[in-house]
Ligand binder design. Structure first.
Ligand SMILES: Cc1ncc(COP(=O)(O)O)c(C=O)c1O
Length: 379
């Protein structure tokens, strides 16, 4: 096993353990300070080891997108929210087969999905929490009006195996620099107030109001009525998060360690991290390229093939040599994590630990037991 960064085979995602610990602590402290329940989204790290640390620091539960994430996280957490539409027989069957010790919640925006969800809950002999999802401006999923949210909440309340747990939204459309978020957050507060009032008036108050993202994470206490936040990216951060100002450049905990493999073409250097290591993710903030060097943020990955990343040297006098290692801060860290089986934990130049990205992929995390009379069947 490699002891130092220089001995690692590249490309490889490495995590600065001190920065990771700082990021975890900071978000836990923010949530405590503002009386918000933290339910981090695990899609960023996909690792029970980090989830366990989030829970140890006070998180009240976890958020997942895929059923594999939920199955893996059930090892460390007994309160899971699958913030993804509960649609399709295979998805419902896997929901129903989550360990009976786990409290399961789902986000929903369509009454047509409720009868099958209710059957899945019944077959697994439990009650699913349903969070009615509202569209607050991202226009991805979610109901567009308070009236529609009330109608779905009522439908859920009328089904004995479902529990109307609250209102949920994802403010993924708020990507302004942190200092310019006052206006979109005020709009969000006003929209949310209308949903909460309509639910109150219908006698269906939302006990939990779940929102949150990393770009808006540090100002979410300004959104009135929110009780729970679900940031995910904050554990590692990335170039987009830093450019938005929701973290400092030095808070980027995960970088892709790469090796310079060619300097033959003038004005550039080629590293062994291409699209299959960095993902072809645009920077969802000011700037260009697919990643930037940790030590030289003015050097960006300007072009990529599958296994080649082209470093643009036009803005620097620095000229790397063949075999040099560089650390690349990716534009979108969640995509990078999903591209690797394992993460390497480092302190300075020393390799300290490794952990698997256990929830990557989509297949079941464990063998499904043969169906017996008490096991839920496909619904
Ligand atoms: C439903 C939902 N909640 C929370 C998050 C976490 O947001 P972020 O990645 O900005 O931390 C996401 C991210 O995709 C999401 O889709």
């Amino acid at each position: 096993m490699a002891t130092y960064l220089e001995q690692l085979e590249t490309p490889v995602p490495i995590v600065d353990l001190d920065r990771l610990a700082f990021n975890l602590d900071r978000m836990a402290a923010y949530a405590t300070l503002h009386g918000l329940r933290l339910r981090p989204h695990v899609k960023t790290h996909k690792s029970p080891r980090i989830a366990a640390e989030q829970l140890r620091l006070g998180a009240g539960g976890l958020t997942c997108a895929t059923l594999r994430e939920a199955e893996v996280m059930a090892e460390v957490c007994d309160d899971l929210l699958v913030a993804y539409p509960p649609v399709g027989a295979a998805r419902l069957e896997r929901l129903a087969r989550l360990p009976s010790t786990v409290k399961v919640g789902v986000a929903a925006d369509d009454g047509d999905a409720m009868p099958a969800l209710a059957v899945a809950a019944k077959l697994s002999r439990r009650v699913f929490d349903v969070y009615v999802e509202a569209d607050m401006g991202m226009h991805r999923v979610g109901l567009a009006t308070p009236e529609k949210a009330v109608a779905l909440a009522r439908q859920v309340s009328d089904l004995s195996s479902l529990n109307f747990a609250g209102l949920l939204f994802y403010p993924g459309h708020i990507r302004e620099p942190m200092t310019e978020q006052s206006q979109p957050l005020a709009v969000l507060s006003a929209q949310l107030a209308r949903y909460l009032e309509a639910l109150d008036d219908a006698g269906l108050p939302a006990k939990i109001v779940s929102g949150g993202s990393t770009p808006a994470a540090w100002r979410f206490h300004e959104v009135h009525g929110v009780t729970e936040v679900r940031p995910g990216t904050y554990v590692y951060n990335d170039r987009t998060t830093a450019n938005i100002g929701a973290c400092d450049w030095d808070d980027c905990a995960l970088t892709v360690l790469a090796t310079v493999v060619s300097v033959a073409v003038k004005g550039q250097a080629v590293v062994d991290a291409g699209a299959k290591a960095l993902g072809r993710e645009p920077l969802r903030a000011e700037g260009d390229g697919y990643g930037a060097l940790l030590d030289r943020p003015d050097v960006v990955v300007s072009r990529m093939s599958e296994e080649h990343g082209i470093l643009d040297l036009s803005k620097t006098a620095w000229r790397p040599r063949l075999g040099d290692q560089v650390r690349i801060v990716p534009n979108h860290v969640c995509i990078v994590v999903h591209l690797f089986d394992e993460i390497v934990g480092v302190r300075g130049h020393a390799v300290e630990t490794r952990w698997p990205v256990a929830a990557r992929g989509r297949g079941p995390a464990y063998d499904l037991a043969p169906e017996g009379p008490s096991r839920p069947r496909a619904v």
